[in-house]
Design a protein around this ligand. Structure first.
Ligand code: NAP
Ligand code: ZN
Ligand code: ZN
Length: 351
């Protein structure tokens, strides 16, 4: 077994702290990865604090992992020591159901194995995530990170990237469409970059006046302050597609009303409490309201390769491991520009 040090939450109200645990030995199909960087997703905060009421403690968060392959099992054909690789929100699934066969492992009929706070399929209890120095993952759930990308800035692609890419592709966003992105955080800023790169006319909706300039720099053609009722009213009925990446309670009907006939709004933000939907906002113009969960392994590789070709990464602020609580506090104030990434060299050697 591999002794490992990570940072774990031990209770919903306890700050994360160093935690020693073991990883499994590198099995025949496994890749052992020395983690270099791990992005900080708002889902880490939701789960560290048990906001989705399903956290099993101790919880080592982290599912935006980039690192170098340290060792491969004898059956591993796709990776070799030294490769720059990534691991996102999933480390396994049943691989047999229709969703798995379709390359949509996130919708595995038996439930995928989450990178952390998931039930391990190797009999090791609950999975531990990327706030740690190393991880052992089956090669089928390891992604290639293009060499041309900065590995730290690429780490958020493994969740924030694929979570916005997948719905934009599924609903075929492209030229000639007016697309709204709601919330300029980790997910939202990737949504803006991707929607722009896919050729859409992009409008960012933000609650933060201080993010207007950044929104335009990141690729939005226009930025609307969502607290400005007059500005919102002008946007009614003008959108083909809206992606909502807000992490907190907010009025989604205000955005449904902005869709054209047959337009679609997709929710990726996952706040703790239910969000009321006005059925009249839907039925008046045959609008759709949908959800989307991360993305499958093949489409994650497709997204990474697209990023390699178009030189797209996240805008990041690097932090030390012991700054994680400050990062969480800033995330709660919407003060993220636009993803925190942990430099894993700052992980203590011992717990
Ligand atoms: P984040 O970096 O904290 O960004 C969230 C953004 O939402 C904020 O920057 C802010 O943008 C906006 N916001 C925050 N509070 C708000 C409020 N009260 N009203 C309106 N807007 C508010 O979070 P993230 O990592 O991007 O994650 C966003 C959400 O997606 C989280 O709930 C996370 O769990 C979820 N998520 C879902 C999936 C999935 O598969 N569906 C995957 C990953 C994450 P402005 O300052 O621009 O308003
Ligand atoms: Zn995430
Ligand atoms: Zn399956």
């Amino acid at each position: 077994m591999l002794s490992c040090v990570g940072y774990a939450a031990t209770a919903a109200d306890a700050p994360l702290k160093p935690f020693a645990f073991d990883r499994r030995d590198t099995g025949p199909d496994d890749v052992r990865i020395d983690i270099l960087y791990c992005g900080v997703c708002h889902s880490d905060l939701h789960q560290a604090r048990n906001e989705w009421q399903n956290t099993i403690y101790p919880c080592v968060p982290g599912h935006e992992i980039v690192g170098r392959v340290a060792e491969t099992g004898p059956s591993v054909t796709r990776f070799k020591a030294g490769d720059m690789v990534g691991v996102g929100c999933m480390v396994d699934s049943c691989r047999e159901c229709t969703s798995c066969r379709d390359g949509l492992e996130q919708y595995c009929e038996t439930g995928f194995v989450a990178t952390y706070n998931g039930e391990d399929r190797h009999g090791r209890g609950i999975t531990f995530g990327g706030y740690s120095r190393a991880i052992v993952v089956d090669q089928s759930f390891v992604l290639r990170v293009p060499d041309t990308l900065d590995p730290a800035a690429a780490s958020p692609l493994l969740c924030a990237g694929i979570t916005t890419w997948s719905p934009l592709r599924h609903w075929k966003v492209g030229p000639g469409q007016r697309v709204g992105i709601v919330g300029l955080g980790g997910l939202g800023h990737m949504g803006v970059k991707f929607a722009r790169a896919l050729g859409a006319e992009v409008v960012l909706f933000t609650t933060s006046p201080g993010k207007v300039t950044d929104g335009l720099r990141l690729g939005a053609h226009e930025v609307v302050l969502s607290k400005d009722a007059g500005a919102m009213a002008k946007e009614r009925g003008r959108f083909d597609f809206i992606l909502d990446a807000v992490a907190a309670e907010h009025d989604i009907n205000a955005y449904l009303d902005l869709l054209r006939r047959d337009g679609t709004m997709v929710q990726v933000g996952a706040p703790e409490q239910p969000l009321p939907v006005s059925v009249f906002s839907l039925l008046m113009k045959r609008r759709s309201f949908a959800g989307s969960l991360i993305g499958g392994i093949p489409e994650t590789q497709e997204m990474l390769d697209f990023c390699g070709r178009h030189n797209i990464t996240a805008d990041i602020e690097m932090i030390r491991m012991d700054e994680i609580e400050t990062a969480y506090a800033r995330m709660l104030r919407s003060d993220v520009k636009y993803r925190f990434v942990i430099d894993m060299a700052t992980m203590p050697q011992a717990a």
